[in-house]
Design a protein. Structure first.
Length: 163
């Protein structure tokens, strides 16, 4: 278990959030997409580490970009993962977390206009069962335990962690 001193935790909390585009996360995600035969075309996805964290209760998220953000970045989606979590996760758990987040990506062809609509898939048993089937249902427990340790969460705060 990781032991963060209270002074380190205070530094993390007082620091403004930093957003860093991550080539490492992108390369790992591309491998996850290949290994799991995900067809996310024609989606353009940006990969961002958020330091110190996205939130103390969420290790990462997939967001559909706003029109303004898409104009500046060309991304349809952004995968954001807490930098402190990413830095402390083993590679296998990084891949599972990325698979989980990539399953939110849902490009749909609009039959009327012939253009792509970029939606977010709602978490459901069918779409996310592939993560459970492949990695078991306890994969999230390790991430939750890591978050509890790093952020020094109380039992009440730990209950609010969602993956």
């Amino acid at each position: 278990m990781i032991d963060f001193e209270s002074s380190q935790l205070k530094k993390m909390e007082s620091k403004k959030k930093e957003f860093l585009e991550s080539e490492e996360m992108k390369e790992t995600a591309e491998q996850v997409i290949r290994d799991n035969h995900l067809d996310l075309r024609p989606s353009k996805i940006g990969y961002v580490l958020v330091y110190p964290y996205v939130s103390k209760s969420v290790p990462g998220k997939c967001v559909k970009t706003t029109p303004e953000l898409k104009f500046y970045t060309t991304y349809d989606y952004m995968i954001q993962i807490s930098g402190t979590i990413w830095d402390n996760l083993p590679e296998a758990d990084r891949k599972i977390l990325l698979l989980h987040l990539l399953l939110y990506v849902l490009p749909i062809m609009n039959e009327k206009t012939g253009e792509w609509d970029f939606k977010l898939r709602k978490p459901d048993i069918i779409a996310f069962s592939r993560v459970v089937d492949k990695h078991g249902k306890d994969w999230a427990l390790g991430i939750k335990t890591l978050m509890t340790s790093i952020y020094n969460l109380s039992a009440t705060q730990e209950e609010k962690v969602r993956i």
